[in-house]
Design a protein around this ligand. Structure first.
Ligand code: SF4
Length: 476
């Protein structure tokens, strides 16, 4: 994809464009091209420039360019609409597990390797210690849907139009809005009408698509506006600190021209550790035995390497043995000494202007002391140590807020396990550093909110996926 993108930017003259950094219209239009190109790369095995052009022409060729100043309809994702308001907002096709979000089973045994499952629930009033036990994955997913739909609804200044697809054949699968709650509806439009009447009193009307009379409803929400809250994670924070402009492209606009992530040995080891840790918890914290470990890894590896298995069995077996050896090494040298309390523990910390999200790989207990481990698909290198320290301290900060540490017990040990060099690194908890991180999160969230997206012109530019369209890089 990168090659096709470079070619396109070259021949279309974007490389000579001087205004990319401060021209939002151009950025949004380019991001549409990249998302079309991304789809092309995903659906076409044979990728050629002519095919890419044809695909872009067929998918976005008929669309007008985005321009903020023009009167008209702007189509965007809910994420892109954060912080914006419009006189009329239409949220179409509301359907459970379809829009605003699709439920993805986060159980790695489902064969799903990449991406992040949606566990998080941001509402202040929803205090819960554990997603898995108290609510279950599906309910957590529904809560996240509520939050997203809330952001979409509060973009409307005057009129909010919600539309739902109703299929009487599968009544239980449809949803509607009920006082901020995404509710399952047993039947069609009449039921939507009654839910609206019942819960939103006189502010709502059911619109007949054949006879639309837009009378403004003037229902503007400013207090407790979730869109004021900037979603941050360790990665997003680092992205912003490294280059605010790159953060804007990658995290705010979703402008992506990177290659698909390669599934390498480290990713399998990481995934295998996740599955095995959960199995150990289910086995009353007793190791499940090497045979079972081999069975789990073989199953996981086979699902993603069918082609290699057929084409090069020797290479397949070599890689499989390396992954298996690496995982067994971890348990023999480190993992079997730990009492696992939680694996893949999601956290959500909401403060006044940011929400910090993430997942802790492992929470354990040894000699009555609690610790956390983050597995890193990397080698142990001095240059990463500061990043590791920062990530672990952000976890402590979030766990303290969410759960008074972990179920009332203090976290004392912080560790990173580097999968490629098979090393465990210990970090001391630095209280002053945690206070500094709080201030950093607030500052970054404020800067993002104020739209400060300057470019960095740093060494990273050489490797940046946006260097072809970024003026800053051209000036270096
Ligand atoms: S090329 Fe450099 S300045 Fe431009 S987005 Fe990338 S990192 Fe930022």
């Amino acid at each position: 994809m990168r090659m096709i993108w470079n070619f396109l930017t070259d021949i279309t003259g974007f490389l000579s464009e001087d205004k990319v950094l401060d021209n939002d219209d151009l950025i949004y239009n380019l991001s549409q091209l990249t998302s079309s190109l991304q789809t092309f790369v995903e659906v076409r095995f044979e990728r050629d420039i002519r095919g890419a052009f044809w695909f872009i022409y067929r998918t976005v060729g008929g669309h007008s360019s985005y321009s903020e100043d023009t009167d008209g309809i702007q189509i965007m994702t809910i994420h892109q609409s954060k912080g914006l308001e419009f006189p009329v907002v239409i949220v179409p096709s509301l359907k459970k597990d379809n829009f605003p979000m699709k439920f993805i089973d986060p159980n790695p045994k489902s064969g799903w390797i990449f991406g992040s499952p949606t566990y998080y629930t941001p509402d202040d009033c929803l205090i819960y210690p554990k997603f898995d036990e108290e609510f279950g994955e599906e309910l957590s997913h529904e809560m996240e849907e509520e939050r997203i739909i809330y952001v979409a609804m509060t973009r409307a200044e005057d009129t909010l139009i919600l539309s739902s697809i109703v299929d009487d054949c599968e009544p239980a699968k449809h949803s509607a809005l009920k006082s901020g709650e995404f509710t399952k509806l047993p039947k069609g439009p009449e039921r939507i009408q009654s839910a609206i009447n019942e819960n939103l009193e006189n502010d709502c009307v059911l619109i007949d698509p054949n006879n639309i009379d837009i009378q403004t409803l003037a229902r503007k929400t400013e207090e407790n506006d979730d869109s004021y809250c900037i979603d941050l994670s360790f990665t997003a924070l680092e992205n912003y600190n490294n280059c605010p402009f790159r953060y804007k492209l990658a995290n705010q606009i979703g402008f992506s021209i990177s290659e698909k992530q390669e599934i390498d040995e480290g990713i399998f080891v990481h995934k295998a550790l996740e599955i095995i840790n959960k199995e150990i918890i289910n086995n009353n914290n007793a190791f499940i035995g090497e045979d079972k470990v081999v069975e789990i890894i073989t199953d996981l590896f086979e699902k993603s390497n069918e082609e290699l298995h057929e084409e090069d069995p020797a290479e397949y077996n070599k890689q499989l043995n390396e992954v298996t050896g690496n995982v067994i090494y971890y348990y023999k040298n480190y993992g079997n000494d730990l009492k696992i309390l939680d694996s893949e523990y999601p956290f959500y910390l909401k403060d006044k202007n940011y929400a910090l999200k993430g997942v802790v790989d492992l929470i354990y207990e040894v000699d009555g002391k609690l610790g956390i481990i983050d597995y890193k698909n990397t080698r142990l290198e001095a240059k990463y140590k500061d990043k590791f320290k920062k990530q672990l301290h952000l976890y402590v900060l979030a766990l303290r807020d969410q759960n008074q540490e972990y179920e009332g017990k203090e976290i004392s040990n912080l560790q990173v396990y580097t999968i490629k060099s098979k090393k465990m690194i210990d970090f001391d908890i630095d209280e002053e550093y945690i206070e500094e991180l709080k201030l950093e999160l607030e500052r970054v969230a404020e800067d993002i909110h104020e739209g400060k997206f300057t470019s960095c012109s740093c060494d990273d530019c050489k490797y940046c996926q946006y260097k072809n369209i970024c003026n800053s890089q051209k000036e270096i």
